[in-house]
Design a protein. Structure first.
Ligand SMILES: NC(=O)c1ccc[n+]([C@@H]2O[C@H](COP(=O)([O-])OP(=O)(O)OC[C@H]3O[C@@H](n4cnc5c(N)ncnc54)[C@H](OP(=O)(O)O)[C@@H]3O)[C@@H](O)[C@H]2O)c1
Length: 248
């Protein structure tokens, strides 16, 4: 049964345990997180509670049931790109650090699964959580976006991520797997693809470069090698631009 914050505050450990014992789930997919990096930088204590302690607690409750934890490509520092599952992590932000710590907690049980994913294109109840929603909202508000041509991810549709997670869970996959789009794209290429698909939003974008950026450290290339997950899936992980051209 899907649960959200309105159903359960996951850091209320007693309430979670009571709910777990009454629902007796066959498996757990843990998607909840403080997922916005600036929020984590501002409040690292809460970020550790929600992202690490909550995950540790849920994994312990799950015991030997299948347990799937969603992590991020941002566990890597982005200096290499096309990361394999066993490549060393190098978190550059509080958000990424908490995800690394949560992964370690989940992997204490060798039957549990960590899935690292990249930027997910989707539609949130509040209309402002997905990267696609943020970009479209900015254009609709008349803002121009300057997007890096030299920072890379491999975006994928959230509906595809969900399908992959269900398949991997059904297979009782374990360890760490990478699930992301098959196309490595710069921020600018991602924005350009969205702009072409959403002319009605009045898109305005300029190419930018990391060389002109001053601020918190950013990972230049956290693209993921998803070969291992791909071998297990019944469908091809899509290339984002081809998917976008035929959806929405
Ligand atoms: N979206 C992406 O591009 C992306 C990329 C890589 C990895 N991921 C990972 O994928 C997962 C899902 O991402 P998402 O984009 O769906 O995140 P999201 O839009 O931020 O959703 C996370 C949900 O978790 C809830 N939540 C957080 N802490 C909670 C708590 N203590 N108790 C109850 N509910 C809590 C949030 O509720 P509130 O809204 O009330 O806080 C929110 O509804 C996360 O683990 C994220 O780190 C996402």
């Amino acid at each position: 049964m899907p649960l959200c914050r309105a159903d359960l505050e996951l850091s209320d450990f007693a309430a979670v345990e009571a709910r777990f014992n009454s629902d007796r789930p066959d498996a757990v997919i843990h998607c909840a997180a403080m997922s916005r990096s600036p929020d984590c930088q501002r409040d690292p204590v809460r970020a550790r509670l929600w992202n690490v302690a909550v995950t540790e607690h849920l994994a312990a409750l799950a015991g030997d049931r299948p347990f799937l934890f969603l992590s991020t490509d941002l566990v890597f520092d982005g200096r290499k790109g096309r990361y394999l599952e066993e490549d060393p992590v190098g978190p550059l932000s509080v958000y990424a650090e908490t995800k690394v710590e949560a992964e370690i907690a989940v992997r204490r049980n060798p039957r549990h699964l960590v899935v690292r994913t990249s930027l997910n294109h989707g539609h949130s109840p509040t209309g402002d959580r997905g990267f696609n929603e943020e970009m479209l909202n900015a254009w609709r508000a008349g803002r121009e976006l300057r997007l890096f041509t030299d920072e890379f991810r491999n975006p994928l549709p959230a509906e595809v991520t969900a399908r992959a997670l269900w398949e991997l869970l059904a297979q009782e996959a374990f360890g760490v797997l990478h699930v992301a789009g098959s196309e490595r794209l710069s921020r600018w290429e991602i924005g350009d693809a969205l702009a072409q698909r959403h002319r009605e939003a009045g898109p305005r974008l300029q190419p930018g470069t990391r060389r002109d950026y001053q601020g918190a450290p950013r990972a230049p290339d956290t693209s993921l090698d998803c070969g291992r997950a791909q071998d297990r899936l019944s469908f091809a992980l899509p290339a984002y631009r081809a998917w976008l051209a035929t959806h929405e």
